[in-house]
Design a protein around this ligand. Sequence first.
Ligand SMILES: [Zn+2]
Length: 377
Amino acid sequence: MHCFPVPYPDELIYSLVARAGIRSAITSSKQLLDEVYGDRKVIATIDLPSHLSSISEQLVNTGRFDVQQLIYEHTMFPIYAPFVDESIRIRAMERMEYCAKGSVHLMLGAPASIVKTSDNFCVCPACVAEQKQKYGESYWSRLWFLPSLPYCPKHGLLSQSRTSYHDSRHTYHACGQIQCQPFLSNTTDKAEQQVAYLANKAKEVMCLPAQDSPTQRQWSLFYNHLAHDFGCGKGTKQIAHDKIADLVVSKIVTPELTINSDRDTNWLRTIFRRHRKAFSYLQHLTVWSAFIPEMSASEIIKEVKSKDKVTISFSKDNAHLMPNSNEKKRKQWRYLIDKTPIKKARKLQGGGALYAWLYRNDRDWLLDFNRVHQSQL
Ligand SMILES: [Zn+2]
């Protein structure tokens, strides 16, 4: 496709495709799908789109925007990634590359979560004004689509449209084409402060570099230790759930997360127990805001990943005791090198760290692998 637009910061893929249509003066939805994806059945998805290899191909001349970069910088994926198991994170990314048939939402638990993405378009009028001044046009920013948190981290309350993007499955609406009305809010100043905190923390999570997810066990240990560190423990391992509720309840600002303290299975109790399933970003962030409001998202994730670490030293002789993490890192490196030349991959944010890790822990494999793949170029 000629003159395919380059994504703006935080621009959703959905928005990019809409702008591509406008640029090429394509008015038929089917024709636009044909031109961009070579497939008329692709569904216009705001938050977790698939077929990203086609988008990456359209951008090949920029020398940037491999699939991983598109996923991490231009979709809502990063708001789910740290909270699901690593195997799910990898599989979801693989699905987003090609035809996913809706399974990405299921994998990441979006439909089952009590925290939901709005079905309607949202905009921040102040951001729109800034975009127009800077770029001469407006676009859909992913920061306006935080599930259950319609709030711009920079400017505050958003405007909302009565139009749902589910109304037309194959049509991409550009930001400037949709009318939005201001959200009428009767929240108190204190509640708004908390919403602003959550939106900013969510932005931090969205901007974390691509990395392995902590395990559910690491999350469980993290919350158990947190409770004990802050005097909400009973004995050595038990949790005083009533004390936790006292601290957290005042921080809950979204009706979806309201807690019925009488119920043994409310989400706040279960997040402090053994994690059997992933929780949504907003549940995590609400707890963080009560206990560790000063800690950055990246410090928190680092702390979580430090739990339950078994350090084993290797030599060639016991390479058969390969821990799972090696295989995981190998898989990630293979995945990356599948699409990106080695030299370039090392310069990518997550790629450099991955290379360094493999070099330290799995050197023979890495060098063998790279030798084979370099010669194929
Ligand atoms: Zn804004």
